[in-house]
Design a protein around this ligand. Structure first.
Ligand code: BES
Ligand code: MN
Ligand code: MN
Length: 454
């Protein structure tokens, strides 16, 4: 039996097994899911063993275990490192899911469930591609190292330390990742740029305790009002971030690259359908694609304080809180940006409140040239799997490990995504198109096979 026939013949088994993976609620952000995280790590390790890896380790870290495997039995052939994550985002708000987040369900050619697109479904594509190669050929075509972590959705906090301590072990000729999106359905895509991410939280304190808003209102500072005034000042009318120095180090994107990005078959209509807002905003002077991929942003992610329960409570809260983030592009330095953000916020705040300012995580942006021969191999494999030529795109999301790996080893990083921008990653009703899941297994198996002659 040839590879394609084998994969076609195992669709049902592959899907059933993916559903088993998706039923483990491996939410990295919540302590109550620690046992599920451990279970998911063991599950991945088991599947790597059945795919043909003889060396498989579940490595404990300060937070969640990572899974490492290797098969170095192809002398003279290249060595690749495949990276993915088995952790998922929290499923809340639960009532907005059509079918429960951890009970995977097929509807209209899509598989619904937390982690289907980000990233369990995409990790499973590689597990099954490698297993298929092993079964059909009796061996892997190249040397393969695998690193599947459990902390990506909380900023890959333990990973940096692991990479620094295991440089020799992780060394490879290329990094392969499937944790991104395709530009659109039917358009296989290779991502050559990601934004970086700094994540912050602030706590403003005014009165020593909550106050009756009738007895005291009008004569005391309200931390919630001050917080909203603060955030209203951080963008101007052209939707530019007003923090001094924020744009200073932004690298100019060459005209030819901007032209290529703007010529991609990216559809405004699809974008608006996925977003569903009554109107759109974005930094003046840049196209939508540029706003999403090559420009830095400041986003408010959560804001709370005061009374949020049922009915009314007349209170002036003692405290107000916000979570917010900056997406970064080359050559912004995450630490420098965090300092600028803190300095400006402290300057804008009145003396009537005190401010506790925390930087929860930082991550560098990444872009890299894509002329190494491995990119042509990836394109050929995607074309064979999807019947269409792959395009090269940048994306707005962040994957801390890609930058760490690129900075450490300077090797080509090949990001082949099988998600779609409207598949609700991080949101209710996350799903993956079955045609991309099944097509992905084929394309990725052709890709690994093709690397034997790199
Ligand atoms: N897979 C995403 C990143 C992504 C999504 C890249 C879409 C390109 C296109 C990843 O799991 C993710 O969500 N990353 C976080 C960053 C992390 C530090 C929490 C993000 O981008 O917000
Ligand atoms: Mn992901
Ligand atoms: Mn994610």
């Amino acid at each position: 039996m040839n590879l394609t026939e084998f994969i076609e013949g195992h669709r049902d088994q592959h899907l059933t097994e993916l559903c088993e993976f998706l039923r483990i609620p491996s939410v990295s952000a919540k302590t109550e899911h620690k046992p599920d995280i451990e279970k998911a790590a063991r599950w991945v390790a088991d599947k790597l063993r059945s795919a043909g890896f003889k060396t498989v380790e579940v490595v404990p870290t300060n937070l969640h275990p990572l899974v490492y495997a290797e098969s170095l039995e192809a002398p003279g052939k290249p060595t690749v490192l495949f990276y993915g994550h088995y952790d998922v985002q929290p499923a809340e708000p639960l009532h907005l899911w059509t079918s429960p987040a951890f009970e995977p369900t097929v509807r209209n050619g899509n598989l619904f469930g937390r982690g289907t697109a980000d990233d369990k479904g995409q990790v499973h594509i590689h597990l099954k591609a490698l297993e298929s190669l092993q079964t059909v050929d009796g061996k892997f075509p190249v040397n393969v190292k695998v690193l599947i972590e459990g902390e990506e959705e909380v900023g890959s906090v333990s990973l940096w330390d692991y990479v620094q301590k295991n440089k020799e072990k992780l060394k490879a000729d290329a990094l392969i990742v499937s944790d991104t999106s395709m530009l659109a359905k039917g358009v296989p895509s290779i991502t050559y740029g990601l934004r970086g991410l700094d994540y912050y939280q602030i706590e403003l304190t005014g009165p020593a305790h909550d106050l009756h808003s009738g007895v005291y209102g009008g004569a005391v500072p309200n931390p919630l009002t001050i917080l909203t005034e603060l955030f209203a000042k951080l963008h101007d009318k052209n939707f530019r971030v007003t923090i001094p120095g924020f744009y200073d180090d932004v690298a100019k994107v060459p005209a030819a690259e901007r032209k290529a990005l703007n010529a991609l078959p990216w559809k405004q209509k699809d974008f608006e359908k996925a977003v569903g807002a009554p109107g759109y905003v974005g930094e003046k002077g840049f196209t939508r694609v540029e706003q999403l991929w090559i420009r830095p942003t400041f986003e408010l992610n959560g804001i709370w304080g005061g009374y949020m329960g049922e009915g009314a409570k007349t209170v002036i809260p003692a405290k107000a809180y916000a979570k917010f983030s900056t997406r970064l592009v080359p050559n912004q330095d995450p630490h420098k940006i965090a300092k600028l953000v803190e300095k400006h916020i402290r300057k804008l705040l009145p003396k009537t409140v005190t401010c506790k300012f925390d930087v929860l995580s930082t991550g560098k942006p990444w872009t890299a040239p894509f002329h190494a021969p491995i990119f042509a191999k990836a394109q050929a494999a995607l074309e064979k799997g999807f019947g269409k030529k792959a395009v090269f795109i940048r994306e707005g999301g962040s994957i801390p490990f890609v930058t760490q790996m690129y900075d450490t080893f300077k090797v080509p990083c090949v990001l082949i995504g099988f998600g779609l921008p409207d598949e609700n990653a991080h949101a209710p009703d996350e799903h993956i198109a079955l045609e991309n899941y099944f097509g992905g297994i084929k394309a990725i198996s052709y890709f690994y096979a093709g690397l034997a002659t790199l």
